[in-house]
Structure formats: C-alpha cells, structure tokens
Design a protein around this ligand. Structure first.
Ligand SMILES: [Zn+2]
Length: 75
C-alpha cells in the first residue's frame, strides 16, 4: 500500500487536483482522500485540531517571549 489512510488504513484515493505556477513551470498537485467519506471527515478534523493546537502553542510561545522581554526591560 502506497498511501494508507491514517485512520482506517484503507488505500487513499485521489481527491482534488490543482495546478500551481512555479516560475515558468506548472506543478500539478493532487491531494489524496480516504475513500470512506466519514473517515475522511475525521481525518480532516484531526488535521484541523492539530493546526489549532500548533497555533495556540505558537501564541503561548510568543506571549512568553513578550513577557520575558518586558521583564528584561524593567530590570
Ligand atoms: Zn480512512
């Protein structure tokens, strides 16, 4: 199996494909989706959750950095 689904292990199928210009060449991208649409929804939700968590983490890091810099400026 080349590209198994992370949720159910089924072989993923081609979903959307789109073309992107990169300088003078055009690259074709194809996203793969799970053949099981319910499962695909779960996968998408997991990706969304992960993105959100990463964003929150990044925000926390930025906040921590900002407060550290404030401390430094005060001392
Ligand atoms: Zn699946």
């Amino acid at each position: 199996m080349l590209n198994p689904c992370v949720q159910c292990g089924k072989e993923r199928i081609d979903g959307k494909s789109w073309k992107e210009k990169n300088g003078s060449s055009v690259i074709e991208h194809t996203s793969t989706i799970c053949p099981d649409s319910d499962c695909q929804k779960l996968v998408e939700k997991a990706i969304e959750d992960r993105k959100m968590k990463a964003e929150i983490l990044l925000q926390k890091k930025l906040n921590a950095k900002a407060s550290k810099e404030k401390e430094f400026a005060q001392s």
